[in-house]
Design a protein around this ligand. Structure first.
Ligand code: NAI
Length: 728
């Protein structure tokens, strides 16, 4: 789905040239109404002209876009926003981009050099954004971009004034992100690099030419789109590359001893450790930063000396502190491509006609497999890296268990947002278990709930609790042979295909990476076997009807190698189907303690048959005669139960069962008590058209006039039996 900005009003400051012009054009092209602000001065902040802004407005209009010019300085922030309100009645997006340069080595920097740079870059961004703020708050939507610079992040000779102002913009952005969050106002900062008049004095012409401003605009557009949940982040962008920055902090070292004064000598003597980035943390909030200090205070208080206070544990916090923490919200946009790719990834194939509804977006009953519900949520496991209190070694992470519950069938395309909380952290001695609860929404509607149980080998022993009432439990299967078994061979490329649904762990594709983990080859994703098992159950007990799926719980026990066969054993206990999945070739259990809960099937009888005679009744009378004639011979060959639902005006008015199983050979004018092998739903008149040879049954099927549930292959056997009525 392409990103559009219809109905959105965007202010781009300094949009008369360079990067700003590029943003303004890009927004204009994608439906936004644009306020093109530019003072039209020279590079050092002198002079004034309306020409620059006017040119860009004309360019946008020439392409059919909406735009107005504003010639005020960003120091008149209110006036810029007023232009937006006067012209378009609202303001949704502010791009703080206007800028000048007054480069001087530090010793020669005058007051004016300092002040002018700060007035335009930092104070200008403040004034413009503040003027827009309350409008954004009231409408509960706003997207703001601050423009920083590599000179601010890293420093640059001769740009002390500019560096300070540019990093000031980042500080402003960090706080706006926090204050704006609850009003859906997001603020992010970019540090762009592009050829423009600001860079022409510092870069060679060739490089200048190739660093196009149009390579920066797409990031700005995405960050400003309503689908983008990014907030409070910093990006470097240029030449078609985008990278995200964050802080890294060494574990540090406590240099103070209880009841002793802190000395510069202690700092000197521990300097290497203070500056050692081994196992560095990545604090992302002031709370995390303060937490470290609180922890240090208690440690200094309870311990008595530098030596007894080793660095590696000095600032580590208890994993139990992570309980209740929320991870950043994740947004996931998908189309039918993703759901089809997923279906292929879990072994759906066009070889099986009843898989078509998961593989063909034009199918009238096109559906998304229920287990696709893990896909929008799976990023939560990687998000664990940012949770304070957890110091996760991702090479030791195992996906232990999974629970998924759907509250409605998943849409076949759309945007879903997922909210993750750390539900609990358990100490299992040999490792730590983290329970992650992920709630996934479509708009305001809760679509599904996942619980990921993540096991971190070797991270136990921190004195936490061993069990949790928040964990969704597994359940052993009944003590009897399974009621049904499905065997399905995975393909050699199963993992290569499945990973395209968003699990890029090299363990599933790279032989040398797998070897490091002690596996003889890349292994299949546990969630892929999970998908296989679910579709086996859906087919066996729910006629592939996704609306019957309620929930699934599994424990991942052993890996599967792509190419091995999965054997799903099923036990039906009411609406609960217990499952156990094995590798057929080795007998090794892959999924244990697993079950799927189904919603009760619609056993609603569709009302008594009407008295009215149907055209098809005559045909069925003929079929009945025929079955009697051909006798047991055919029954042996076919061995299946066929059902028909004949409809009129969309209502089922007659049901027929042709029971050709286990030596029986009957036709009944009623629905079958058990499960038919295949059921045809067809309007009376279409049935007659097919019978009379006027309508090809395949065409009727693909046109949605004839519906088939169950094993569609059996319809061919039907042709064999009925001869004259071959088209059925
Ligand atoms: P540019 O000089 O082409 O564009 C800046 C525009 O801002 C000009 O059209 C100018 O007239 C306008 N402007 C200046 N003062 C103004 C004021 N008081 N009110 C309204 N408009 C004003 O420069 P460029 O390169 O497109 O820079 C855009 C932003 O990106 C600036 O904030 C700059 O500091 C930043 N930046 C650019 C880099 C690059 O490689 N081009 C590197 C790092 C940051």
């Amino acid at each position: 789905m392409s990103l559009t900005f219809d109905g959105r009003v965007v202010l781009v400051t300094g949009a008369g040239g360079g990067l700003g012009r590029e943003y303004a054009l890009a927004f204009g092209e994608r439906g936004a109404a644009v306020i093109v602000n530019d003072l039209g001065g020279d590079i050092k902040g002198g002079g004034k002209s309306s020409a620059a802004a006017d040119r860009v407005v004309e360019e946008i209009k020439a392409k059919g876009g909406k735009a107005v010019a504003n010639y005020d300085s960003v120091e008149d922030g209110e006036k810029l926003i007023q232009t937006a309100l006067d012209a378009f009645g609202r303001i949704d997006i502010v791009i703080n981009n206007a800028g000048i340069l007054r480069d001087r080595s530090f010793g020669r920097t005058s007051d004016l050099d300092w002040d002018l740079i700060h007035r335009v870059h930092l104070r200008g961004s403040f004034l413009v954004t503040r003027a827009a703020w309350n409008h954004m708050k009231n409408q509960k939507f706003g997207r703001i971009i601050m423009t920083s610079s590599a000179a601010g992040i890293y420093g640059n000779f001769g740009q002390a004034n500019y560096s300070a102002a540019k990093l000031g913009a980042l500080g402003l952005s960090n706080t706006l992100a926090i204050e704006g969050q609850k009003y859906n106002i997001h603020c992010n900062t970019i540090a762009p690099t592009a050829g423009s008049r600001l860079t022409q004095t510092v870069m060679p012409p060739d490089l200048l030419e190739s660093l196009k401003a149009e390579y920066v605009a797409p990031l700005v557009l995405w960050l400003c789109h309503e689908d983008c949940q990014e907030n409070g982040s910093l990006f470097e962008v240029g030449a078609g590359w985008i990278g995200k920055l964050r802080w890294e902090r060494s574990l540090g070292r406590i240099v103070r001893q209880k009841n002793l004064s802190m000395t510069p000598e202690a700092v000197r003597d521990t300097w290497d450790e203070i500056c050692d980035f081994t196992d560095a943390g990545k604090p992302s909030s002031i709370q995390e930063s303060l937490q470290t200090l609180v922890d240090v205070l208690s440690r200094v208080d309870t311990e008595d000396g530098i030596k007894a206070n080793p660095t590696s544990t000095a600032v580590r916090i208890n994993p139990s502190d992570a309980v209740g923490r929320s991870l950043s919200e994740m947004s996931f946009t998908y189309t039918h491509m993703n759901t089809i790719l997923y279906a292929l990834g879990v072994g759906m194939s066009t070889k099986d006609p009843d898989h078509l509804k998961f593989l063909f977006e034009g199918h009238e009953d096109f559906s998304c497999l229920p287990t696709f519900g893990v896909i929008p949520a799976q990023g939560s496991m990687m998000g664990l890296g940012s949770v304070p209190g957890l110091d996760i070694d991702f090479t030791r992470l195992l996906h232990g268990e999974q629970y998924l519950e759907l509250f409605k069938p998943l849409p076949t395309s759309g945007t879903l947002t997922s909210k993750t909380t750390v539900a609990d952290v358990l100490d299992k001695g040999s490792g730590m278990i983290i329970l992650l609860d992920v709630h996934t929404y479509s708009g305001q509607d809760l679509v599904c709930y996942n619980q990921f149980s993540v096991f971190i080998v070797g991270a136990g022993g921190f004195g936490g609790k061993r069990t949790s009432e928040r964990a969704v439990a597994t359940a052993p299967p009944p003590n009897r042979p399974p009621d049904a078994v499905t065997v399905d061979k995975t393909s050699k490329d199963q993992a290569a295909l499945y990973r395209l649904s968003g699990d890029w762990n090299p363990l599933h594709i790279d032989p040398s990476f797998a070897a490091m983990g002690g596996f003889k080859a890349p292994i299949l994703h546990g969630l892929c076997s999970f998908g296989f098992a679910t579709r086996h159950v859906l087919k066996q007990y729910a006629e592939n009807d996704v609306s019957r799926f309620k929930s699934i719980k599994v424990r991942f026990v052993k890996p599967v190698y792509p190419g091995q066969s999965l054997q799903t054993e099923m036990w039906k206990e009411g609406n609960r189907i217990h499952i156990q999945c094995k590798v057929k070739e080795t007998g090794g259990v892959v999924l244990s303690g697993a079950y799927i809960d189904l919603h009760a099937g619609s056993s609603v009888s569709r009302g008594p048959p009407e008295k009215e005679e149907l055209q098809s009744d005559l045909v069925f009378a003929e079929i009945e005669r025929r079955i009697k004639d051909v006798g047991g011979e055919l029954v042996k060959k076919v061995n299946a139960v066929f059902g028909w639902e004949i409809t009129k005006d969309g209502e089922t008015v007659r049901q027929w069962t042709m029971d050709l199983k286990s030596g029986r050979g009957d036709l009944h004018r009623e629905a079958y008590k058990g499960k038919t092998d295949v059921t045809f739903t067809v309007p009376d008149e279409i049935f007659m058209e097919v019978v009379k040879g006027k309508l090809n049954p395949q065409k009727a099927f693909f046109a949605g006039k004839l519906k088939i549930r169950g094993n569609i292959m059996l319809s061919q056997k039907l042709e064999m039996i009925l001869k004259d009525y071959a088209k059925l």
